[in-house]
Design a binder for this molecule. Structure first.
Ligand code: BGC
Length: 395
């Protein structure tokens, strides 16, 4: 997860713990066999009823990784990662093709997590995840990306979907409005997200809009503008009822409830009262309520097991020494937090460390970033092994 405006640099972190839900479920009850239409009540926590699906794509990535491991203990541990539920990123038009195979083995008691991530001018404040659509290609976003996903979800009324809407996009409009790339993308982001929320407002869907993390919108000066930005887009979409709330720490590194917080010693810490994600969720939810936006959260704990790794709170690229965190669960201990989820599929890169690449971002060359790292989204076996070895709880 990218971060922030310069003044808005750091973020809270902490440790993770908590029991998790790794027991594999047999995909015996495949989607085709689910006999009735799913209706999700977005005024409730659907993760209490449904388990985040261990999708076939991450499963295959992990299985391939397992084949390469010779150490027997590590191999056995790695194999267990395949059973962890995670979000599947539909990160370009071509990858909408991942939808059908992912639904095929979806048990009736599971919910498929999908990341909607293809806005025009994507990743406007960084380079590593720049997308396929130019800032002025909003029509293509609507007709070639969102509409086909809507059609697929409609074609699978008996399956449940949790959608994570456009990581980093609205937070970038709040804190990086000074960048010409983010100015250029503003209309497409706001109209694109509104179009997504309106079009994907289907009975078998719940939606969470990305809201950065505590070190981003958690700064005192950002909480209110952040909440207002999300609320504005939501209202422009007609306040779709399947929007349940927001997502935090997606692809991020912050701990849930470390006290006083990983960056609480920083000189600017006094300007951020959200030094861990739990506090951020509590405070941002309150700001959202005032602004008129549904205020329940999901929080990415996929890679947040180890703290003290980042030089600065805003460092986001392939943080060296990170470990898999708490497995997806609806037992968060905070009513406002629906679930801990794995948002970023651990092992997939955040960005390339190859300085000559078009999408090279200097954050991926920082001393605390793992090198070598492939392009964003591509598998990094060595990094996966480190996540595994540093996992808390251990596999
Ligand atoms: C990349 C996407 C990828 C996602 C999950 C993002 O940083 O830009 O292409 O699907 O991470 O790994």
């Amino acid at each position: 997860m990218k971060v922030t405006a310069a003044s808005v640099a750091a973020l809270a972190a902490g440790a993770v713990a908590a029991p998790s839900n790794t027991t594999p479920r047999s995909p015996s009850k495949a989607a085709a066999a689910c006999s009735s239409a799913v209706t999700l009540d977005a005024s409730t926590n659907v993760f209490k009823k449904y388990k985040l699906h261990a999708n076939t794509f991450y499963r295959e990535e992990v299985n391939k990784a397992v084949e390469q491991i010779t150490d027997a203990t590590l191999k056995a541990q790695a194999a267990k990662v395949a059973d962890v539920g995670s979000f599947l990123w539909l990160d370009n038009i071509a990858n909408i093709a991942k939808f059908d195979p992912a639904v095929e083995d979806l048990p009736c008691e599971d919910i498929l997590g999908l990341v909607i991530y293809d806005l025009p001018g994507r990743d406007c404040a960084a380079k590593a995840s720049n997308g396929e659509l130019k800032y002025n290609e909003l029509d293509r976003y609507k007709t070639e990306y969102i509409d086909p996903i809507v059609a697929k979800i409609k074609a699978n009324p008996n399956s449940a979907f949790a959608l994570l809407i456009e990581p980093d996009s609205l937070p970038n409009l709040v804190t990086n409005a000074d960048l010409s790339t983010c100015q250029e993308s503003k209309t497409a982001y706001e109209e694109g997200v509104a179009y997504a929320l309106k079009s994907l407002n289907l009975p078998n869907v719940v939606m969470y809009v990305d809201a950065g993390h505590g070190g981003w919108l958690g700064w005192d000066a950002n909480l209110k503008p952040g909440a207002e930005e999300l609320a504005k887009v939501y209202k422009n979409a007609g306040s779709p009822k399947q929007v349940r709330g927001y997502a935090t720490n997606i692809a991020g590194w912050n701990a849930w409830d470390e006290e006083p917080g990983e960056f609480s010693d920083a000189s600017d810490a006094k300007y951020n009262s959200c030094q861990n994600e739990k506090t951020y969720v509590t405070k941002f939810s309150a700001a959202l309520k005032t602004a008129g936006f549904p205020n329940h959260a999901i929080v990415d704990t996929g890679r947040n097991a180890v703290t003290g790794l980042r030089e600065e709170w805003g460092d986001w690229c392939n943080v060296k020494g990170a470990g898999f965190g708490v497995r997806p669960t609806a037992d968060t201990g905070l009513e406002l937090a629906d679930a801990f989820v794995w948002g970023k599929p651990g092992g997939e890169s955040d960005g390339t460390s190859d300085e000559s690449a078009t999408r090279y971002d200097s954050f991926c060359g920082k001393p605390d970033a793992y090198k070598p790292s492939p392009e964003a989204g591509e598998w990094n076996q060595a990094y996966f092994l480190d996540l595994l070895k540093n996992a808390k709880p251990q596999f």
